[in-house]
Design a protein around this ligand. Structure first.
Ligand SMILES: [Zn+2]
Length: 63
């Protein structure tokens, strides 16, 4: 079981659950790697996040 949050529209700290204000977030690595490190603005712990563009499709009758 990995410690991951659900995919949400908002970035949520995996430690304390605080929603991060992305205008205000401290980004430590600004390279092109998939995962980035930031620190929580509430509990100040460092964690990683990924940005996903997410599509899902299905035939109407199959869901
Ligand atoms: Zn936190």
């Amino acid at each position: 079981m990995t410690m991951r949050t659900m995919m949400t529209n908002e970035l949520v700290c995996p430690y304390c659950g605080a929603i991060q204000d992305m205008n205000d977030v401290k980004i430590f690595s600004e390279d092109n790697s998939r995962d980035r490190n930031i620190s929580c603005e509430n509990c100040d712990k460092e964690f990683k996040y990924e940005v996903h563009v997410f599509y899902s499709s299905w035939k109407e009758r199959e869901k």
